[in-house]
Design a protein around this ligand. Sequence first.
Ligand SMILES: N[C@@H](CCC[C@H](N)C(=O)O)C(=O)O
Length: 300
Amino acid sequence: MTGTRHGTAALTFLKGHGTENDFVIVPDPDGRLDLSAADVARLCDRRAGIGGDGLLRVVRSAAHPEAAALAAEAEWFMDYRNSDGSVAEMCGNGVRVFARYLQRAGHAEAGDLAIATRAGVRRAHLAKDAEDGTPGDVTVRMGRAVLPAGPVAVAVGDRSWPAVHVSMGNPHAVAFVADLDQAGDLLHAPAVSPASAYPQGVNVEFVVDRGPRHVALRVHERGSGETRSCGTGACAVMVAAARRDGMDPAADGQPVSYVVDVPGGRLVITEHADGEVEMTGPAVIVAEGAIDPDWLAVRN
Ligand SMILES: N[C@@H](CCC[C@H](N)C(=O)O)C(=O)O
C-alpha cells in the first residue's frame, strides 16, 4: 500500500462490542478508504494493531458499489470484514454495534433504522436508554433462516457430531453436544463434512441445553477463530433448537423465543410466525481514537 490510498490525515476509529464480540469501527461516509485484507488484519491484530474479531466500515450506501441499489431503503452500509481480512455477508453482533455507532455519531436516534448489509437490508430498533443512563438494547430483524437439506457433521479430533446446516445470510453448522468442553480449545477450525456443503467456509456452533428454551453456545467463526459471541450463530442455534424441539413458528402460527447464552453475555432470539428471526442484545462503544496513517501505510 502507498500513503496515497489513505491520504495523510489521521483516520478516526472507534472500538465497540456486542456481548464481547468486538469490532474496530472505521467511519468512511464517502467510501474513500481502500482497506485491503492485509490492512484489516493489521487493524484487528490484538498485539500489533487495535484488536477486534472484525471490522465495521461505515459507508453511505450510495457511496458503495455493493449497496448503492439499497440506498433508498437504508442510508448506511455495514462493510463487515472478519479479523483475517475476509469479507462476510452478515454479522449479527456487528449490526447492533453499527446501529449504536450511528446513534452516537448523530446519524440515528432511538427508534427504528434500516442498515444495508451484503445479506440485504436489516431493520434495527434502538431502545431508549434507561433513566440511569444504561444504554437500551438493540433489536434486529435478521431475515429468515434457511436450512438446506442434507446431513452435515462436525468433528473435533476423533469426536464427531451430526449438525444442522443453517444459513442466516452467512453459513453455520450447529452441533448439539453434551458439554461445551467437548469442543476442545478451538484453536483450529473444526472439520465439517461434507466440505461441499460449505464452499465458502463455515461458522461452527457447539450447543448445550440450559433449560426450557434456554441454550448456551461456543462458536468458531470463519475468518476470526473462537469468539465470545456470534449473533448470526445465536440465531442459527435458536432455529436449530426450535426445530429439534418440534417448533416451527411458520407452521405453528406463533412465535417462539429462546435465551441464548454466549461466553460474552446473553442474547434473546425470537422466530416469528412470518419466519423472521429477531435478535435482541446489547451494543457498546468503548473507545474512540485516531489511526496513524503512516503506520497503516507501512507494509511489513
Ligand atoms: N460475529 C458475527 C459473524 C461474523 C461473520 C462470520 N465470521 C462469517 O464469516 O460468516 C455475528 O455476530 O454474526
